[in-house]
Design a protein around this ligand. Sequence first.
Ligand SMILES: [Ca+2]
Ligand SMILES: [Ca+2]
Length: 223
Amino acid sequence: MKIKFIPLAATAVFGLATASQAATVVINAAAPTVNNADIASTTSTATAGSSTTTTAIGQTFTTLANVGGYQLNAVTVQVNGTALTARTFNVRVGEVNNVNATLTQYNSSTTESGTLAANTAAANSWITLTLDTPIMLAASTGYGFDLSMVSGSNTTWLGNSVSVYAGGVRFADTTASTNTGLVRDSSGNRELAFHLDIVAVPEPSTALLGGLGLLALLRRRRA
Ligand SMILES: [Ca+2]
Ligand SMILES: [Ca+2]
């Protein structure tokens, strides 16, 4: 009887591995609240490029200085449009060498896909892609994220025609379909309207050693 359960277990594990690549996608009228270690630039004055199956639109950003680093949970971008048909996005996140470079590429990146159901949104709504597997970010480091289409209509984003966030810049990557990592700044000085849900990671050595030291001290006193 036990042998019969092995294929079932293998199927279950495989299913979990596949699901880990799927982001959850929702749309809201308002931008998420900025709290914890979130990085956001939520003003918009103009359209800021369209994500297609061959063009990714993204934004570079710079993490703050927390020694333990950060965890990126979700990416939110402001969309131009109201009657949105169902569509599937690729959201890619990776480290870059220079957040304000005119031509750069990801040193490494990870991608998840997520589908937005057809909806009628309020004007200038915000699409949030919550990552199935949160991404760990190092302190004081340049990163970028971008969005391209897997299927469905092209999606046009909103942003600023001038720089309002010093830690990065909007970019377009016309090689998104091959995911080769070439990232091109399409305008030089513009911003996506974006929000990154980020929490600081406690420095593990300090917390762990502090706890162990206290425990050892208590044990010594009791002895
Ligand atoms: Ca900027
Ligand atoms: Ca947050």
